[in-house]
Design a protein. Sequence first.
Length: 279
Amino acid sequence: MKTLLTALLILMVQLFAAQDNEAYADGIFGFEENKTQKIFTDWTRIRKEPHVQAPVLDSLQTNQPVLILTKEETVLRLGERGAHWYKISYQKGDNTAEGYVWGGNLCVGYRNKNGYDFLFGLSKTVDRKSKDFNEIIKQNIAGIKVMEGNVLVDETYFDTGRGEELSYATFNIESNHKLQNVELTLKAMVSGEACGIASYDQYVLFKDKKLIALPQLMNVGDADVFYHSEHYIFPNDKGGIPDAFLFRMEEMEKDDRDREKKKRSSKTYLWNGSSYQLK
């Protein structure tokens, strides 16, 4: 019988082998035409043609709105970030300008609340040694920024999915979950679209103009053969307790006789109104 860990490792090997598939470029960086997006990477270069050798026409700052006109066939891959080029238009003072931008420099998602703009995007790819395979892998780093107009208020960065784990993403603003002094909670999620492809949930608390990233959650499963599930229970959730948030994990795998074997664990993180610590 294969253990859950062995099954996960096999799936990771299959995932790494598929990373060069250009279909990935149609994942979280697949933006719709005639829709407004925002610049995530500060001083993003706007070019005359859709390639990196083309003359630079302009550079745009983080949080600049742009209108997607057309998606070009050309794909640029930087590390693990693969994205199409897009023809865009945008306001520059009293004038409307046009040019081409690489999709990897645009926000994956953005929201506005209480006078702040919250932006979610992928910032870079770094080399990291894999503990499981004893080799160097490419790891995507995601970020969330909070802006007041063109002024950066705060930002936080964290690991996120790779390859087929970046098929789609969501970015939402939630309540404060009744955590003391927390103004609101942000939730960024990236996920794949197939069985055995992991999804990642990143919760970030916003208080006193600061972003506080909570430990990341991972969920993965393959039909009814196995699953690994992680979630938080906040004070306003059923089973929640004051001044803390609870971590819950459950795993299930089936043996050769189709019998379920489950494993559960939990942690309690205490919240003092400004930071958290493991109980």
